[in-house]
Design a protein around this ligand. Structure first.
Ligand code: WT7
Length: 659
């Protein structure tokens, strides 16, 4: 079963008996009550059709689920709609044009307040500008931007003309950007001169220049937002300033109605091989589930709530719960550009107090970091506006959950621990804040309309108190429709472990009440600060360095980041390597920098250990389990399947030395 099955931490988890039922007041005013489960259970497809009808369709659908080409399911297939129209214009037409859509807070203290009417104009102008730059319906657009309002405008402008966007996180390297631009055959790149991070301007445009210089792309233009005012190198005829073309464009634009199954976006995520997967989502089903979950899980009352999700738009959380979910629901939301500790460690709480944030959605790693900084920091701010807290990205340990509720939520707010993935598009397993008695550390139950199971090795549903693999046993509206350009990999990765059933790649256990506890990945995917990284991808980055002969990477548990990247490398022998320092520390520093260059700073190993051998089975497979034991400073378990059992002693001696 899953590796963590026998760990003491899990036993503690499953002994967790505290529950926090919603207060009667909260339950009485909640968007979703217990009847939501009943309605969905009685008629699942009818339930989703009702949710879909909350959107505005230019051509109403008559089909709900098309399973004729499973696992390439289709939802609401004969309907047509436009995502940007639904996210913005619809609210203006309904008389909410003056409602604030975005309360933007720059890291440097600059702020902007954008109403739905203003956002509608901005998006229409940007859509016209994209069209003028040659982008047509169906063309792909790469977006490589910091957290500025233009990022939201750019995504919606693409959606408005039916051009799928592919957002690449600003922390990824030029090389990673290049491979994503190539894979999606993007025609345009939207970027900025830079953004503010940790108190300084950090450039972005040079990475785009470097990526495009590698060649082979279909990119015709680069649209550049000015944010920092820093120097940029300019390629005439290719590069265009946003401020030269967008504000001048007409604010009249007819949104392009697309088929429900028209691709809305591609988002790359790490898998178990070296090559990231371009997960693609389509329009009707994705928007339906994202809007429903955002309303129900966060108990959104759009007239009064101020919502804030701290995720970057470079991740799926930013797509679903910064851009599409909140805007589809006409919410007012905070978007913050920078880091939580700039210029001081109370910045987030200052923002909550300043804007009267009522709903906060963030990641366990951030909560644990704030815990480490100390409760007195949030205590210095008025957090009484908060009424719902959310968590996403990795399992939240009960201590962090309790701290979040007590210190941030004033012992009063429900917490929703939301399990989902880039692939699922929207939240799948989570308490409903007005219904569920929350249990610290458990994501608990599938949402109304979602059917999930924990399966054993043979694909049978396990009973209460047992563990296995998390699987989604019925199709859901926001499900991925494929891996861009690789149908076979889609079938192999998700639909072959249990034929015809979606395999999530997570271990899970059901407790005595049947509540689900997520136990982490069961494949070669690591979760560092809620971000997915592939062991294989980092191994190939290391091996691409001329000094490295072989590399093995494991995710070792880390108090703050959940997991941390730990690498073991064997250096190349022979005379041809002349530039390698004798000092291992210098080698390690150079290799860390190299990984940062190939993938991005987030992938840099926490530690790299230079070793003489790696533990392998007799068939030559690296035994990562043993390396994880070493990295986590545990006694190595059974080594009898090793080809050379002496290897582990050598590695452990090496580990004892500081790197
Ligand atoms: C993986 C998906 C979904 C947005 C952010 C990450 C882990 C996510 C939880 C949670 C336990 C969680 C899983 C999943 N995960 N949320 N609430 N409890 N684990 O998206 O990069 O696609 O990663 O994140 O392991 O498979 P992603």
């Amino acid at each position: 079963m899953t590796e963590s099955d026998s760990s003491p931490a899990l036993e503690n988890l499953l002994n967790e008996t505290r529950t926090f039922p919603p207060s009667p007041d909260f339950a009485a005013g909640a968007v979703a009550g217990a009847d939501t489960y009943e309605r969905a259970a009685a008629d699942r497809l009818g339930f989703w059709a009702d949710q879909a009808r909350e959107l505005e369709w230019s051509t109403p659908f008559t089909t709900v689920l098309d399973d004729s080409a499973a696992p390439r399911y289709g939802w609401f297939t004969d309907g047509r709609l436009n995502a940007a129209h639904n996210a913005v214009d619809r609210h203006v037409a309904a008389g909410h044009g003056d409602r604030v859509a975005i309360l933007w807070e720059g890291e440097d203290g600059e702020s902007r307040r954008i109403t739905y009417a203003e956002l509608a104009d901005d998006v229409a102008r940007a859509a016209n500008a994209l069209t003028a730059l040659g982008v047509a319906t169906g063309d792909r657009v790469a977006i490589y931007l910091p957290m500025v309002p233009e990022a939201v405008v750019a995504m919606l402008a693409c959606a408005r003309i039916g051009a799928p966007h592919s957002v690449v996180f600003g922390g990824f390297s030029a090389e990673a950007l290049h491979s994503r631009i190539l894979d999606a055959e993007a025609r345009l790149v939207i970027t900025a001169d830079g953004g503010y991070r940790r108190g300084a301007a950090s450039p972005l445009k040079p990475a785009v220049d470097e990526a495009l210089a590698k060649g082979g792309t279909a990119v015709e233009h680069v649209l550049v937002v000015r944010r920092t005012g820093g120097e940029v190198t300019w390629t005439e005829d290719r590069d265009v300033w946003w401020h030269d073309v967008v504000p001048q464009a007409s604010a009249e634009h007819e949104a392009v109605a697309v088929d429900a199954e028209h691709p809305l976006f591609i988002l790359y995520t790490s898998g178990t091989t070296g090559k990231p997967k371009g997960i693609f989502h389509t329009t009707g089903g994705y928007l339906t589930q994202v809007a429903f979950t955002h309303r129900a899980v966060f108990d959104l009352h759009p007239e009064t709530d101020v919502y804030w999700c701290t995720a970057d738009i470079g991740w799926v959380t930013g797509h679903s719960y910064v851009v599409y979910g909140p805007l589809l629901n006409g919410a007012t939301q905070v978007i913050y550009e920078g880091t939580p500790d700039t210029p001081h460690k109370g910045r987030w709480w200052e923002i909550v107090a300043k804007y009267g944030v009522t709903i906060l959605y963030t990641a366990p790693t951030a909560i644990r970091t704030c815990m480490k900084w100390g409760s007195d920091i949030p205590a210095g701010f008025d957090l009484s506006s908060l009424r719902v807290l959310g968590s996403v990205g990795e399992p939240i340990n009960p201590e962090a959950w309790m701290w979040y509720r007590r210190v941030i939520g004033g012992d009063r707010t429900p917490i929703v621990d939301t399990w989902w993935q880039t692939e699922t598009g929207a939240i799948m397993i989570s308490p409903l804040p007005g219904v569920t008695a929350a249990k610290p550390g458990s994501a608990q139950v599938p949402l109304p309309g979602i059917v999930a199971e924990v399966l054993d090795d043979a694909g049978r549903a396990v009973g209460n108190g047992q563990g296995g693999y998390l699987a989604i046993t019925e199709p859901w509206p926001a499900m991925l429709r494929g891996i861009w350009g690789d149908e076979q990999r889609f079938a192999d990765t998700y639909w072959s472990r249990f034929p015809g059933i979606y395999f999530a790649g997570d271990g899970a256990k059901k407790d005595g009440d049947g509540d689900i506890w997520l136990l982490g990945r069961v494949d070669d995917v690591m979760n560092v600060s809620g971000h997915r990284l592939s062991t294989t991808e980092i191994e190939s980055a290391l091996v691409s360095h001329p000094w490295v002969a072989e590399a093995a990477v494991v995710g070792a548990s880390d108090e703050t980041t959940g997991q941390a990247v730990v690498a073991f490398v064997i250096l190349r022998g022979g005379e041809e390597i002349t530039d390698r320092p004798d000092d291992d520390a210098e080698v390690v520093a150079a290799l860390r920098a190299h990984v940062g260059q190939v993938i991005g700073p987030i992938a840099k190993p926490r530690s790299i250990l230079v070793v003489a051998e790696l533990p392998k089975t007799r068939s030559g497979k690296i035994m990562r389990r043993l390396l994880r034991d070493v990295a986590e400073k545990r006694d190595v378990g059974d080594v009898t399947t090793l080809a050379d059992s002496g290897v582990m002693g050598l590695i452990q001696q090496g580990m004892a030395k500081p790197t």
